[in-house]
Design a binder for this molecule. Structure first.
Ligand code: ACO
Ligand code: ZN
Length: 159
């Protein structure tokens, strides 16, 4: 039988599966407090995808206030994509695209006017994903990662 994944907001019971996905997929890992704190502050932008009770991927974000980097003028609310990952065996099925789109709706619920994120300059899959969703490279941060790699900051205006 063909099944498909379901998108929903993170609940605390997802914590171990999300932390496991984060460890499998990314070198940037966080404490359990970090995940729970982001969920408590910004539940609308912490989204998971699951299928048959298994976690396929997650996105978690933070709303920040700062100067607009895309000419919106003055201080604006921005949605910061802190971490997104999809399990290796379930990639290229649109899961990342789906969780980001749902999280962007959450950012708008929090009145964010733009979304941004940092990504390793060599992370071609992620850069292609963000470009497909309308993010543009706005600057490079030299030595952003702990191993010395540079980051692109990518930004998207929200409607
Ligand atoms: N090569 C080229 N383009 C790609 C690739 C790839 N390997 N993966 C995704 N894309 C682009 C394509 O345009 C794709 O559309 P298409 O399949 O119709 O061609 C589009 O992105 C959407 O792809 P999804 O299927 O939604 O992406 P997926 O669910 O496979 O997840 C992700 C992509 C999150 C980058 C995944 O590869 C992953 O978890 N990588 C490791 C963790 C990671 O790098 N996370 C991002 C770090 S930056 C941050 O967290 C802010
Ligand atoms: Zn960041």
């Amino acid at each position: 039988m063909e099944t498909s994944y379901n998108l929903r907001k993170f609940v605390p019971n997802d914590l171990q599966a999300v932390m496991q996905a984060n460890r499998v997929c990314l070198p940037e890992n966080y404490t359990d407090f970090f995940f729970i704190d982001l969920h408590q502050r910004f539940p609308e932008t912490f989204i998971v995808a699951e299928e048959n009770g298994k976690l396929l991927g997650y996105i978690m974000c933070r709303i920040e206030v700062g100067l607009s980097s895309i000419g919106l003028g003055g201080l604006v609310r921005k949605g910061h994509v802190v971490s997104i990952a999809v399990m290796p065996q379930t990639r290229r099925r649109g899961v990342a695209q789906a969780v980001i789109n749902k999280s962007l709706e959450g950012m708008q619920y929090y009145k964010a006017k733009q979304a941004f994120l940092e990504v390793r300059v060599t992370n071609e899959p992620a850069i292609a994903l963000y470009k497909k969703l309308g993010f543009e490279i706005s600057k490079t941060i030299n030595g952003y990662y702990s191993d010395g790699e540079d980051a692109y900051v990518m930004t998207k205006k929200l409607a």
